[in-house]
Design a protein around this ligand. Sequence first.
Ligand SMILES: [Zn+2]
Length: 458
Amino acid sequence: MESKKACIYCGTTDELSDSDIIPDALTNSKIINPNVCRVAHNNKFSDMFEDYIIKHLAVITNELDIKSSKGKNYAAYDASILIDNIEYVTRLSSDTELFRNNKIISSSDGKIKLGPLENIRRFKGANEDNVTAVDINQVEIEKRIVLKMDTFFSLEMYRLMAKIAFEWYCLHNGIQDKCAKFDALIEFITTGKGTNPVRFISNAEVYAIFSQIFAFGSHTLLSYIGIDDSVNIVVSLFGVSAYNIKILDKPTDACLNNVLFQELTIDAKRNQFFCKTVEELMGDFGASFREVILPNGLKINIPYSVSDFSLQYKMWYLMNYQIFQTSLKCIEEPNQEAIELLKKQIEEILQSSALTIRGLKRFVKEQEYYFAQGNSLNPKGTDKKSTFLYYCLFVIGRSADIHTFDDLSSHMKEKFSEGTIEIDENTNRLFLDEIFATEDYFSLIKKGAEIIKNWGYN
Ligand SMILES: [Zn+2]
């Protein structure tokens, strides 16, 4: 007999809806729990805590080219922009927006306005003495963003993490109705009251272990049984902040799958495995290899399937299981160490670029306005990410051998040894020098952009 399907929060069978386990605006890779009622729970979580986190992490999602499927634009964030040593404060959803659509911005002291020359000249009192022309392709532009560290320790963040852990764990355990074992957890998620089961993981070593295997900007979820027998979920958000969520004091017969692992990358790839126990995983892992005897008599183990990418994740999980159980430094209130760690993680995200088809297509679209105006790259440009993307267009336009996104990836991988490309001042300079040393660089860039437009997402 099939059991009835009901909301995992309240047990109602009315209007069950698909809940995005991780809010749509925070990921390019949807995971869904279909057992959440629409009115009282799915919809209300947005106002209760999700929108708050989405808004406060906008600069990260924007930088990672993550966009809500509901909205047309990438999330906007507050930024201060230093142009020719004058600070302007504005709200942006892309760097190119700064000088578009006749936008006029004010300096932080309110005394100076910046915008298209013809519009500024129309200002009351504008004259030759107080209006100066600035060539935006020639001045130095530096962007500073505001990101509140409190966000990572807010009640909204803790409720969101508890919600993600709960819906994900239920999904992979076939829970399709309200289960009393989760009452305390449900109370915390739905009201923000009761015991907070969420802790921020504050040891840098753990983040280093994560970064050994997780792709740049990924979300990762995994479960483990603590040495006190509790059931825990670890959620790593963009690889920037990680949380431990204790969802049950001890395992329950209703939920037998306690070895769960899923990585969701920014280009929507999934690496995952789900099984009951660590012992089962070990057996499964061992059975993935066969023994081969080499001509010299040496025995080695090789995987049956060389394309089974889950093996490296299983091995990583097994090797680090004890660290999850015993070495997570879990805190509820921020301390100096945690803030420093977060700053470092965020800096890394904002200064690195992962080469994704989505990011390239977005860049091309946003640059079209400038291409039409006949200008693009600023030779004094300090925005390393945009230099890097211009360089990609330039390389595609120049080369006869780059026809697909994979061709481009291989080409860039030859230049950089890893999938994540970190561009320092020096590389930025080298890219710019190489581009500007080529006479028809602008037509090559435009040619590259046209080629990218025809590439599919997969
Ligand atoms: Zn409900």
